[in-house]
Design a protein around this ligand. Structure first.
Ligand code: OOG
Ligand code: NI
Length: 267
């Protein structure tokens, strides 16, 4: 699979599930020749069958290299980001995993039996794994609620599974917008809500990265108990600045990311 095919599959899955994202993208496309993606993000569980190594491998086989590591103590997450050294115009990839061994035994038991055991091992070893969505069925709303009390991340994964939970517009590459503030005002003026956790703009020019994101729209999901509306995916906007060496900062910032994760929270 070529990087173009992979990102295309991820994009199609993402906008099919998230009409608000498709609308926002369309609004940018009306004003811009092209809308460049800074990065995408994928989530998983720390486990040899499906962990970061499995997901990262898909990108590594396409020439991506691991460039940064991140830890989120409170959320019990660890993450890496990958870049493509030969094709820097390809989106960066941020992959996180929930450290199951730090979670309650109940959560571990549910994720192991309902999610991990249900994933076809061949699927987990394929490039398609990244956009396989939820390959387990009969999800239970009570279980979703229980997971959510402990980890919004686990609950989101239980419902949606493997997909890009966001794409990110690279603000630097937009010709009609000067600043992230301008982008935010544009998005809000069309009636879309932004994630306010820790302030709308996460980061600063001094940190060489400013980010904002929409709140994931709620989409209908079928549970054993019936249909419920559950936050799905969001859209992010990022502006990068050069570091002291004059080269654009290409990493991520734990303090920002910690808040961006919450764009898919139910509350
Ligand atoms: C990833 C959140 C972190 C960023 O740009 O810092 C992130 C996620 O929500 O899975 O995307
Ligand atoms: Ni992001």
């Amino acid at each position: 699979m070529s990087p173009e095919t992979l990102f295309n599959s991820l994009w199609e899955q993402y906008i099919a599930l998230n009409p608000a994202v498709a609308e926002i993208h369309q609004l940018f496309a009306e004003h811009e020749d092209q809308v460049i993606n800074d990065h995408i993000a994928l989530r998983t569980f720390q486990h040899e069958k499906v962990g970061i190594s499995k997901v990262a491998k898909v990108f590594e086989e396409l020439g991506y290299r691991r460039c940064g590591e991140y830890t989120f103590v409170e959320k019990k997450l660890s993450a890496v980001h990958l870049e493509h050294p030969e094709q820097p115009s390809l989106p960066k990839v941020f992959i996180s995993e929930l450290k199951l061994n730090e979670c309650s035994e109940e959560l571990q038991r549910i994720i192991q039996s309902e999610v991990i055991n249900s994933i076809d091992p061949d699927l987990a070893n394929s490039a398609e794994f990244c956009f396989s969505g939820r390959s387990w069925d009969n999800i239970c709303y009570d279980t979703y609620e229980m997971l959510r009390q402990e980890s919004e991340y686990a609950a989101w994964m239980y419902v949606y599974g493997y997909m890009a939970n966001h794409f990110t517009v690279k603000v630097n590459a937009l010709s009609r917008f000067e600043s992230l503030e301008d982008v935010n005002a544009f998005v809000e003026s069309h009636g879309f809500q932004l994630n306010q956790v820790g302030g709308v703009i996460k980061g600063s020019p001094e940190q060489c990265l400013e980010q904002s994101s929409t709140i994931a729209e709620k989409r209908p999901v079928t549970f054993i108990e019936g249909n419920r509306e559950i936050p799905s995916c969001f859209y992010e906007f990022a502006r990068r600045y050069p570091t002291e060496n004059g080269i654009e900062f290409s990493g991520f910032i734990e303090g920002n990311a910690d808040k961006i994760f919450e764009s898919t929270n139910m509350k």
